[in-house]
Design a binder for this molecule. Structure first.
Ligand SMILES: Nc1ncnc2c1ncn2[C@@H]1O[C@H](COP(=O)(O)OP(=O)(O)O)[C@@H](O)[C@H]1O
Ligand SMILES: [Mg+2]
Length: 229
C-alpha cells in the first residue's frame, strides 16, 4: 500500500440483524489519499453513518478490510483500536457532545489528558492555541453550555484536533449550523488538509459544501455509485 494513502476500504460488507437481517453495506471499496478532503454524500438511509462508523474503527462488526495510516485495523482488539483512534482519528459530529458544565478549554484538553503523553501545562497551552486559531480565545473559560451553536461546534473541532490526528472524520458536522458558520467550518477543514496534510472524511448533505471538497463519494443503498475511479 502506497505511503500516500490515508485510508483504504476493501469490500466492506455489513449486515444489521434487527429487526430483521438486512445488508446495509454491499461491498464498498475506495482509497483516500493523505491530505485529501473527501465528502460522503447520499440520500438518508443510504448507509453513510454506518460506513463512517466502520471507517472510524468504532464498529468492528463488518466483513472486508480496513487500513488506516498504513496499518491494518481489521482484526485488532478493542483496546488496540481505542488507543489507535485516540491518537490518529479526530471526530466531529452534528451534535458536538461537549461536556456542558466544563469550560471550552477543558473540553478541548480532555482527549489529550486521556492520551497522557504531555504535561497538563503543555496540553493547556496547545488547547489554547487551537481555540485561538478557531477564533475562540476569549471564550476559553466559559462553560460550553454558555456558548452559541457555532462556537460550540468550533470547540468540538478544536477538541478533535488536540491530539493532531492524521484523519478527521465528520458526520454532518455542519448539519446544525447557519451558512456563515458552515463556511467557517469548511474553511477550517480546507486549511487543515492543505496546510497540515490532514485527511478529512466528512458526511454532508450540503451540496455547496460537497462541491467544494476535493472529491465526492456518493452512496446509494449501501453501494458507491460515484466518486471512485
Ligand atoms: N443499529 C441499527 N440497526 C438496524 N438498522 C440500522 C441501524 N442503524 C442504521 N440502520 C439502518 O441502516 C440503513 C442505513 O442507515 P445510516 O447509515 O444511518 O444511513 P445515512 O447515514 O446514510 O442516513 C437505514 O436503513 C437505517 O434504518
Ligand atoms: Mg447519517
Amino acid at each position: 500500500m502506497s505511503a500516500t494513502i490515508a485510508l483504504r476500504a476493501e469490500n466492506i460488507i455489513k449486515y444489521f440483524d434487527q429487526p430483521e437481517r438486512f445488508q446495509v453495506l454491499k461491498g464498498i471499496s475506495f482509497d483516500v489519499q493523505k491530505g485529501e478532503f473527501l465528502a460522503l454524500v447520499g440520500k438518508s438511509g443510504s448507509g453513510k453513518s454506518t460506513l463512517l462508523y466502520v471507517l472510524s474503527t468504532m464498529d468492528t462488526d463488518y466483513e472486508g478490510g480496513l487500513h488506516v495510516s498504513g496499518e491494518k485495523m481489521t482484526g485488532k482488539t478493542q483496546n488496540e483500536l481505542a488507543a489507535f483512534r485516540n491518537s490518529q482519528i479526530g471526530f466531529v459530529f452534528q451534535f458536538h457532545y461537549l461536556l456542558p458544565e466544563f469550560t471550552a478549554l477543558h473540553n478541548v484538553m480532555l482527549p489529550a489528558l486521556k492520551l497522557g503523553r504531555k504535561s497538563r501545562a503543555q496540553i493547556e497551552e496547545e488547547a489554547m492555541a487551537h481555540l485561538s486559531t478557531l477564533d475562540l480565545r476569549d471564550q476559553a473559560m466559559k462553560a460550553a453550555s454558555k456558548l452559541s451553536g457555532g462556537q460550540q461546534q468550533r470547540v468540538a473541532i478544536a477538541r478533535a484536533l488536540i491530539n493532531e490526528p492524521s484523519i478527521i472524520m465528520g458526520d454532518e458536522p455542519t448539519g446544525n449550523l447557519d451558512s456563515r458558520n458552515t463556511q467557517v467550518v469548511f474553511d477550517i477543514f480546507r486549511g487543515l488538509a492543505r496546510e497540515k496534510g490532514q485527511t478529512i472524511i466528512t458526511v454532508t448533505h450540503d451540496e455547496d459544501f460537497a462541491r467544494n471538497c476535493d472529491r465526492v463519494i456518493e452512496l446509494s443503498d449501501g453501494r458507491v455509485i460515484s466518486g471512485v475511479h
